[in-house]
Design a protein around this ligand. Structure first.
Ligand code: EPU
Length: 417
């Protein structure tokens, strides 16, 4: 299933159910290590990154099994081992195991997750914060070793609202001695989801959803039931595809409340969206409109994870758009592939691209080089006239449970081969 074949040019119609969120599920799965009791994580997406996290938990001695609507995790016995291999290097979320293992075992050994094609992705904020909580790190042979004789709370000021660093501090903080205060915490809904799971387990966390979190550490946690919220990025991907193809769809279960800036951008691009009890309904205008300036920002701003999808749609608008990427320095790699489909995207520097809307795209053979850029190529293929072949699709399956089936339900001619 390395490639996806698309016969483009069909307006999407109908309704599609939105899967559980990848970036909420992964830290919650890491957090199951913090209790010796059984947890049940419902609505967990069956995607490659979740399978990788499951394999890491199993390696640590947890009993993990898929049930009908989710994952059961029993972490009664945890045996500390070095976390390494593709599941660690290829998946940034493996870094959450650092905070969780330090909380549970007082030590952790993890292969350095390294950079990736969307940017350098340093981990200095994670390490510095955990050091403030009493952890000593050593690095060698590509491995990071952390150990704390006494993990304790701290007052941590984050210079930028890193999602992963906020998650790691929370994970380490709930079992640490005393209080941990995070100032400048990330406010992404996935962090709120992690806090909710931990609160279900008995943790005391104040300020959820704000940039100031207070974690009262040291409470013994019980197991809990938790339902992973719907994936706002998957919903946004399908929404962009609808705008690009001039369709009319219902995104069933889409978390509209977390998508205000995405809906604002959709309206600028010419779509009418309205929220119902079932999700988000949308009617595209036929042809996408250019936008003066689309800027990615930490939540609640326009998400970097949807920037590539928007780029694909704007590439087919008539007129010029400016897209500014403020989170990662290498998110425009997909522009080269989109240009092979007739787009005219000019990358000014690492953070800005000018899209000279080409009016239409044509099919081509293109390569996915990372997850969200890959999804953008699928959108471009749906919009384009003729046949598109997207290779490198294992990247896409890291985050999308059933992208081809979902688009087929909306009337597209698309298949994974
Ligand atoms: N940063 C540092 N030092 C650090 C950590 C981050 O300089 O120690 C910088 C990064 O280089 C980046 C910025 O801070 O420029 C933001 O990074 P952040 O830590 O917030 O991102 P992340 O935790 O690595 C998560 C999501 C990403 C999403 C970003 C931003 C997960 C597993 N990943 O990454 O999602 O783009 O937040 O919202 O939750 C994806 O799903 O495809 C994906 C990449």
């Amino acid at each position: 299933m390395d490639s996806i074949h698309i016969h483009g040019g069909i307006a999407l119609q109908g309704q599609v159910h939105i899967q559980g969120s990848k970036n909420a599920a992964l830290p919650v799965l890491a957090a199951t290590l913090l209790t010796a009791e059984r947890s049940y994580i419902r609505n967990c997406p069956r995607i490659a990154d979740v399978h990788a996290m499951v394999s890491l938990l199993k390696k640590l001695g947890c009993h993990v099994s898929w049930r009908e609507d989710g994952l059961q995790v029993d972490s009664a016995e945890v045996s500390l081992g070095a976390m390494q291999g593709e599941a660690v290097k290829g998946m940034r979320s493996s870094l959450c195991l650092l905070g969780a293992l330090l909380g549970r075992c007082g030590e952790a050994v993890l292969e350095h997750p390294g950079g990736c094609v969307i940017g350098e992705r340093p981990i200095d904020l994670h390490l510095r914060a955990l050091e403030q909580m009493g952890v000593t790190f050593s690095e060698g042979k590509g491995m990071i070793r952390g150990a704390a004789r006494r993990l304790h709370g701290a007052r941590i000021e984050l210079p930028l609202p890193s999602v992963g660093a906020t998650e790691n501090i929370i994970l380490a903080g709930v079992l640490a001695e005393g209080d941990t205060c995070i100032i400048g915490a990330a406010k992404e809904p996935e962090i709120t989801a992690l806090c909710r799971y931990l609160q279900n387990c008995g943790a005391s966390i104040e300020g959820t959803g704000t940039d100031r979190l207070l974690i009262h550490g040291g409470t013994r946690l019980r197991g809990a039931d938790f339902t992973v919220p719907p994936d706002r990025i998957v919903a946004g991907t399908y929404l962009m595809a609808c705008i690009g193809t001039g369709g009319c769809i219902l995104l069933e279960g889409a978390p509209a409340g977390e998508m205000a800036d995405v809906l604002k951008a959709a309206s600028q691009m010419g779509a009418s969206c309205w929220v119902t009890e079932e999700g988000i309904c949308m009617q595209a205008s036929g042809f996408p409109r250019p936008v003066e300036r689309l800027v990615t920002m930490p939540y609640p701003g326009f998400p970097t994870d949807l920037q590539s999808a928007a780029l694909a749609v704007l590439a087919a608008a008539e007129g010029q758009s400016i897209v500014e990427e403020r989170i990662f320095e290498n998110r425009f790699r997909v522009a080269e592939e989109l240009n092979r489909m007739g787009a005219r995207i000019e990358q000014v520097d690492a953070h800005m691209a000018v899209v000279h809307g080409a009016g239409k795209l044509h099919g081509a053979e293109v390569e996915a080089k990372e997850l969200r850029g890959g999804a953008a190529l699928v959108i471009a293929g749906l919009m384009a006239q003729g046949e598109t072949k997207v290779t490198g699709c294992p990247y896409i399956y890291r985050g999308y449970e059933n992208i081809c089936k979902d688009f087929r339900e909306l009337g597209a001619r698309i298949a994974s081969v």
